[in-house]
Design a protein around this ligand. Structure first.
Ligand code: SAH
Length: 205
């Protein structure tokens, strides 16, 4: 196995930080090296962000796992992934739900993500090239929405509108010079939002 010892070490660290066993199992099952450039393979199982081309980055595995856990996914859920990038985050999500629709603005990254997902043998992710800020109304509502690029001010309204009642949304939002993860939950009367950890993501364009 690629990076066997480091992979075990990373899983060990995640076990102390992530309570949801299914998320740990997803990290264990998805080969991260398939989603990064050959020159960076030696860092595949180091807990740090890595460049994925086009000036974009893939977050560190512990943050990706944490975000997956916060979405409280069920096997039957349909998930929207905004800013699919390398496809790694979508790959983890795909192990925790029924189907993932990934939207990536950069066409080359979208094509590469689709190839990596295929190589990983993952068949329940559809990657679409386009502006994820508009969501994917044709496949809405979503049980959960994952956003991997920072919106300024607020989570884009179309995303909250495309959440099913009871649906969860996790997104980095920048406000007053502070960048934080926001967890949203759609209730019949509106979206209830909770501010979580400070984070750093690339901007949503
Ligand atoms: N989740 C990715 C990391 C993404 S980095 C992974 O696992 O690799 C953020 C990504 O968001 C970048 O690839 C960037 O091109 C994309 N992005 C930025 N603005 C976007 C938008 N409006 N719609 C869709 N994708 C966007």
């Amino acid at each position: 196995m690629e990076g066997g010892i480091e992979r075990e070490q990373l899983l060990g660290e995640l076990r102390s930080r992530v309570a949801d066993e299914r998320v740990i199992a997803a990290v264990a099952a998805v080969p991260r090296e398939l989603f990064i450039a050959p020159a960076l393979q030696r860092f595949a199982y180091v807990d740090r962000p890595l460049p994925i081309g086009g000036g974009q980055t893939i977050s560190q595995p512990s943050l990706v796992a944490h975000m997956c856990e916060l979405l409280e996914l069920s096997a039957d859920d349909v998930v929207l992934d905004v800013g699919t990038g390398s496809g790694y985050h979508a790959a983890l999500l795909s192990r925790l739900c029924r189907h993932v629709y990934g939207v990536e603005l950069d066409v080359e990254l979208a094509e590469q993500a689709a190839r990596s997902l295929e190589l990983a043998g993952i068949e329940n992710v559809t990657v679409v090239a386009g502006d994820g800020g508009a969501g994917l109304p044709e496949h809405a509502p979503f049980d959960a929405i994952n956003v991997a690029a920072t919106a300024t001010g607020e989570v884009p309204a179309p995303l909250e509108e495309q959440l099913a009642i009871g649906g969860r949304l996790i997104a980095p939002v920048a406000r007053d010079g502070q960048e934080q993860l926001v967890l949203g939950r759609r209730r019949p009367g509106g979206v209830e939002r909770t501010l979580l950890d400070p984070v750093r993501f690339v901007p949503l364009r």
